[in-house]
Write a protein that binds this ligand. Sequence first.
Ligand code: SF4
Ligand code: SF4
Length: 370
Amino acid sequence: MKYKEWEALGSKTSLLGYGGMRFPIRKDKKIARRASKALIDRAYKNGVNYFDTGYGYHGGDSEVFFGEALSRYPRESYYMADKLPSWHVKELADVDKLLEEQFRRTGMDYFDFYLVHAMNNTYFEKFEELGVFPRLRQLQKEGKFRRLGFSFHDTPEVLEKIVDKWKPDFVQIQLNYLDWKLIDAKKMYEILETRDIPVVIMEPVRGGRLQNLPKIFSDKLQAVTDGSNAAVAFRWVAQLKNVICILSGMSDTEQVDDNLATFDQLKPLTADELRVTEEITDRLMEQGAVPCTACNYCDVCPKQIEIPKIFAAFNEYKISNDREAYKNSYNDIAEGHREKDCVACGKCVKMCPQMINIPDILAYIAARRA
Ligand code: SF4
Ligand code: SF4
């Protein structure tokens, strides 16, 4: 396992981190405990020491599960990262209440990394008014957590404004070879690197999309690499100097083993691998793919529209142009939960970190699906 030591943070994190939002689940949607603990054990025993959760992951069960799974290991042997759910902060007192609830859920009495979740301009303005960040610095001084940062979903200009005001210890951004251009993650990373702020990476494989590439791209990449498509995506991100941890939401043993192998023998990308990733990025952008990461934050839909599944099928079609496969994908989506069933209530839009205009795109897809 590769580690990244960062003096200012006093940390030595494994470059591969375990993201806790995509564990295998049971029929009742709770985390499948035995299978998930086996995944955590496999990762931990092979050197992963950074575990990332959030208040809302798996409906709150991710925090509880991590508490159970990691209580079997010495507390100082791993880093636990948790996040303040920004959308639940209505007044300053909520910050303390939510943090206490997170301690109760996890059974821990401090976090190693604490992040304000999903920062954007709206939350920034609200939190400036409430005094959220100074309160968090105070809680940090009291030992509730050791390092304070935020995860981020907005434009580079907003990122620059927030880091210059708050001066966080670290920042978590969405970055992968596609988003480098698609959402200008390049500029965001550069803003952080020039200020020497350490960076945690989320969505390095873009919700699995850079692993499950359309066949035409997968074939091209496989012709020039000897690992998985995901391995190329991880190695691409790992080359960036200020990256201290790359999160992977590992859901099965195969993914854990593939990721461990990648980070055990971390190799720089070859010129051919780089060339193909650039080609894939340019083609995906030309085709106007929907920038959905399958994070499922939009799972608030009263009609239970299968939003990420619909977008994934649409993106696949844009690339492959395979009309027959696209038609078949429609049958995989349960009746009553398809794009045409959206009532445009807008509830999902507020939750989407990618700021996708979901009902408009669903309507666009519905009009062309017929
Ligand atoms: S806008 Fe459509 S997809 Fe979004 S929550 Fe409402 S019904 Fe569901
Ligand atoms: S539409 Fe937005 S919120 Fe829903 S899964 Fe995709 S990226 Fe996540």
